[in-house]
Design a protein around this ligand. Structure first.
Ligand code: UDP
Length: 407
């Protein structure tokens, strides 16, 4: 198949860990690579955020990334990109008219808008992965939600117009149904994890007499619950918390979110036990994860959450909030422990329980690795995605045949 991925703000070539660069970038890059490995041709269309970018870049995986000029050629926060989506769609349609793909797969609601518009020109079927939903964001963030006000209505339109939605977790299906999407047009295919990169090592490096180490990894946005993890440290003496993500290490000093979290650590009397590393490259991350005793994944809500899966693949147990995609990936008491969101005392109690049980932790780590291997490898995810593409293509062919017969 010739597959067009549309990922307006999240380029597979971006540095990870910044405010708008995380799971979607990883997902698009890894899924596309796994589809290429299965013999498909994949082009990822993403917005040019610099003027000097080459039009097409071929990644080592064989995935081609095409930069689309729509809006200013500089970084623009994703919540300000909506005005440029018409121009983005015009550029896509121009390319696809000359060289039509077999299927289009949109990532995030704005890509969906552009994909539907452009694919209409060539009558190409469109599948959509939302990665996050405006209704959920509004519910949790209220006035703090910086999405355009039109998002919820437009997102509903995308959900009801595409040929198929690929939801990344079961919880999302209920949200999509509540938005009016027909359940029969929703497939659930999770995100994956790079099992060759995120793996266990044997023998484990010696722990020495260092204090127990907790780890948080992610974009430094409020809803990731990093503040709750920092506050939990007040209940966890003899423990250190390492926070990975955010700006590059030499820009830590000027980062407002790090300043806010550091002030909370001071307020909780945990200064010196909470460290901020800034972003860590994806290749270096597995060693950092393996160096932790427990990973804390404690967002207020989470559309999927690749980081806890990466910890599982590295054999590290997870304390997780019982929300969104985490409800599917983590098995309570087997690969991790669930807590309610926004509750530092509950995070501390669950973590303490794990820290006090070394054998239990080791068993959970091993179970996590096994679970990641059995159902979250990117090849498996690509196979399931391919099934969705083929099913949509078959429906599309039937519809064309019926229309021709009527004529
Ligand atoms: N990540 C990284 N370095 C960092 C911070 C994050 O490589 O400093 C990666 C992380 O390994 C994961 C992704 O960014 O693959 C974050 O994905 P997740 O689904 O957990 O969160 P999202 O960004 O989608 O909210």
């Amino acid at each position: 198949m010739r597959i067009a991925m549309v990922s307006e703000h999240a380029s597979p070539l971006a540095c990870l860990g910044g405010v708008d660069a995380g799971g979607q970038n990883v997902h698009v890059a890894a899924l596309s690579a796994a589809l290429v490995a299965r013999g498909h041709e994949v082009v990822v269309y993403t917005r040019a955020d610099q003027s000097a970018l080459p039009r097409r870049v071929r990644m080592a995986s064989g995935v081609q990334v095409e930069h689309v000029h729509a809006g200013p050629p500089r970084e623009v926060p994703k919540d300000e990109l909506l005005p440029y989506m018409d121009a983005f769609a015009v550029q896509l349609a121009r390319r696809w008219r000359l060289d039509p793909p077999d299927v289009v797969h949109g990532h995030f609601w704005m890509s969906g808008l552009a994909a539907i518009k452009a694919a209409g020109v060539t009558a190409t079927p469109v599948l959509q992965t939302f990665h996050a939903l405006g209704t959920v964001k509004r519910r949790w963030q209220g006035a703090g939600d910086t999405s355009p006000t039109a998002r919820i209505g437009l997102e509903r339109r995308v959900a009801c117009s595409v040929d198929r939605i690929i939801a990344t977790c079961t919880d999302e299906v209920a949200e999509l149904s509540a938005m009016g999407a027909a359940e029969g047009r929703i497939d659930v295919v999770p995100c994956g994890v790079d099992l060759d990169l995120f793996k266990t090592v044997d023998p484990q490096p010696p722990r020495g007499d260092r204090p127990a180490r907790l780890l948080v990894v992610g974009r430094l946005v409020e809803r990731k619950g990093i503040e709750d993890a920092v506050r939990a440290m007040a209940y966890l003496p003899d423990t250190e918390l390492v926070v990975v993500g955010g700006p590059s290490p030499h820009e830590l000093a000027g980062d407002p979110e790090i300043a806010r979290l550091a002030a909370i650590a001071r307020e909780c009397g945990t200064v010196g036990r909470v460290t901020f590393t800034g972003r860590v490259t994806h290749d270096e991350l597995p060693a950092v994860i393996r160096g932790a005793d427990v990973l804390l994944a404690v967002p207020w809500y989470e559309p999927f959450g690749i980081v806890p899966l990466e910890a599982m693949a590295c054999g590290v147990p997870v304390v997780a909030t019982a929300v969104g995609g985490l409800l599917d990936t983590i098995v309570a008491g087997v690969t991790g422990v669930f807590v309610e969101p926004r509750n530092p005392a509950a995070i501390a109690a669950a973590t303490q329980g794990l820290l006090a049980d070394e054998r239990g932790r080791a068993a959970m780590g091993a179970a996590g690795r096994k679970r990641a291997q059995s159902r979250y490898g990117w090849d498996w995810v690509a196979r399931k995605t391919e099934e969705s593409y083929l099913s949509v293509l078959a429906e599309h062919r039937d519809a064309v045949r019926t229309a021709e017969a009527i004529r």
